[in-house]
Design a protein around this ligand. Structure first.
Ligand code: GDP
Length: 198
């Protein structure tokens, strides 16, 4: 079943304005996180269509990129936050579209919030979590790049993150741990997506 995502998911469209969203007949799962957290790499591990390329195409980095398994689900790549090289006005623009999408989209079922396991939750991630909680968005935290840290560090980061999430009502208590490089936790992540489809 996990294979349907790899086999049948492909790029649908890039959205720059809220009124350009595809129809809301399918559940959507969004991927969010700080720039450089490994979002494109992780999406690339889930989807065969070259999502990293799509998401990094100039002009497409600041919009919502939609990928679809026809009749099943859409995966939505949200612009990363905390990238200092972007002008302030553009940041405002991203935020408005992201905030509109997060707060108004009826078929947005869950969000995977990616956190670099080397750094853990930073203040900007806490702001993002605040936003999700304020709109009541159900979300999972996914620790990325776990191949870059040792077991002790991973346990510590997982524990701290879980402790924090236990105070956040709209967050799933479980923390997913992944490495796109070593293909760790990818199967588990796909299982979560399949559970959401069903
Ligand atoms: P994005 O900006 O969040 O889309 O991040 P990218 O997917 O482009 O990754 C940012 C950098 O981290 C790139 O140099 C990737 O090769 C690297 N990277 C991403 N995932 C992993 C991982 O699981 N392990 C390691 N070691 N590096 C990773």
């Amino acid at each position: 079943m996990e294979n349907i995502i790899e086999k049948r998911c492909s790029f649908l469209k890039s959205v720059f304005n809220f009124n350009e969203l595809p129809n809301n007949n399918l559940k959507e799962i969004a991927f969010w996180g700080r720039s450089n957290t490994g979002k494109s790499s992780l999406l690339n591990s889930i989807i065969k269509d070259n999502i990293a390329k799509t998401s990094k195409t100039p002009g497409r980095t600041q919009c919502l990129n939609f990928f679809e398994v026809p009749n099943k689900i859409r995966l939505v790549d949200l612009p990363g936050y905390g990238y200092s090289k972007v002008s302030k006005s553009k940041i405002k623009n991203w935020n408005r579209l992201i905030i509109e999408y997060i707060s108004k989209r009826e078929n947005l079922t869950s969000i995977f919030l990616l956190i670099d396991s080397r750094h853990g939750l930073k203040s900007i991630d806490l702001e993002a979590i605040n936003i999700l909680e304020s709109f009541g968005n159900h979300f999972f935290v996914v620790l990325t790049k776990i191949d870059k840290i040792n077991k002790t560090q991973l346990n510590k980061c997982s524990k701290t993150t879980k402790n924090f999430l236990s105070t956040v009502t709209s967050a799933e208590d479980e923390v997913l741990v992944t490495s796109s490089k070593k293909k760790l936790g990818i199967k588990e992540l796909k299982k979560k997506i399949i559970n959401i489809i069903n």
